[in-house]
Design a protein around this ligand. Sequence first.
Ligand code: PXP
Length: 234
Amino acid sequence: MHLGINIDHIATLREARKENFPSIPQAARVALASGADSITIHLREDRRHIQDYDLKDLQFVEKLNLEIASEDDMIEIATQLAPWAVCIVPEKRQEITTEGGLNIVDRFERIRGHIDRLKTKPIIVSVFIEADKAQINAAKAAGANAIEIHTGAYARATEKTQELQKIKMGAEYAHSIGLKVHAGHGLDTQNVIAIAKIPQITELNIGFSIVANAIFIGLGPAIKQMKELLQTES
Ligand code: PXP
């Protein structure tokens, strides 16, 4: 299981004071040294955490996964940067975090155009969607290499069986039509286990719970704990 560590919330802390610390490159180095297979950042349109200069500072990261909205200017930034991977995510200005998956069915031509533009560079393109068959088919038709299944509803649910079943079926279907399957959002050391056991899921992107845990045990140990858990459970 490939583990991507989302370091947005280290930038959230930095932006709370508009200081130049905690350092984002240092966070990436610690993450990579502690078992992260890639680094994920979300350059939001409102720049509430990650800033444009962070993209330059993170150029040493070979496997950088950049999350962006399906907007022309963001797609242009991502295409110019040409990171290892780009994940297209839905974005609403007022939301606290990414709520729900991208609606590719309704915005098909636009998203297909954006994927075409990204594919002018050797970028792995994924789309952050719900485990829904119509959205999975649209992701495939639009040219995505991978889907990232939004696990937020599963993570929040007290009774998780139904949400887990939906994710399992979505992962199986997406894999059967040739898409790589990733998952993320709201995952922590408790709820990640059932997700890690889904055989078609090959990559997880986890941020908030790890950064929260890092306050008490440190960033390196928090990442190592998650990595070890994934090695035993997946
Ligand atoms: N994957 C995607 C596409 C996301 O947008 C996010 C949240 O920014 C995550 C994974 C990580 O979610 P969390 O911070 O809740 O672990």
